[in-house]
Design a protein around this ligand. Structure first.
Ligand code: FES
Length: 140
C-alpha cells in the first residue's frame, strides 16, 4: 500500500512529538488504543486559562505511519482553537487531508478519539466536567 505524500511528510518530519508534564493543571492528556491493531496514541493539549485557547499540543504514537501522521496533523490543527472547536475535528477531515485509504481510516479515528480524550481530561481536571446527575436529598 502506498502512503500519500502528506503521510510520508508527517511521518518523516512529525510535528510536536513529545510530552508535557502530566501534572500541569493547564494540560489535558488523552491516551487511546485501537482495538483493530493494538496501536496506541497519547495526545496532550495545553490550554491558556486566560483565553481558553489551546496554545500547544504534543503527541507520542506507537503505531503505523498513518497513525503517526494523523496525530502529527491534529497537533497542528488544534493549536489556537477553543476546546469546543477542537472537539469538532472529525476523523473524516483527517483522512481526507492525508488521503488515507479505507483500511487506514481507523488510524484517523484514533486521532479524533485522542483529542476528545484530551479535552475531557482537561475539563475533568479543571472541575468543568461533565454533567453529573443531581441527587436531591431523600425526603425525611
Ligand atoms: Fe492501527 Fe494505523 S494500523 S493505527
Amino acid at each position: 500500500m502506498a502512503y500519500s505524500d502528506k503521510v510520508i511528510d508527517h511521518y518523516e518530519n512529525p510535528r510536536n512529538v513529545g510530552a508535557f508534564q502530566a501534572d500541569d493543571e493547564d494540560v489535558g492528556t488523552g491516551m487511546v488504543g485501537a482495538p483493530a491493531c493494538g496501536d496506541v496514541m497519547k495526545l496532550q493539549i495545553r490550554v491558556n486559562p486566560a483565553t481558553g485557547l489551546i496554545e500547544d499540543a504534543k503527541f507520542k504514537t506507537y503505531g503505523c505511519g498513518s497513525a503517526i501522521a494523523s496525530s502529527s496533523l491534529v497537533t497542528e490543527w488544534v493549536k489556537g482553537k477553543t476546546l469546543d472547536q477542537a472537539l469538532d475535528i472529525k476523523n473524516t477531515s483527517i483522512a481526507e487531508e492525508l488521503a488515507l485509504p479505507p483500511v487506514k481510516i481507523h488510524c484517523s479515528i484514533l486521532a479524533e478519539d485522542a483529542i476528545k480524550a484530551a479535552v475531557a481530561d482537561y475539563r475533568q481536571r479543571r472541575g468543568e466536567a461533565i454533567e453529573q446527575p443531581v441527587c436531591s436529598p431523600a425526603a425525611a
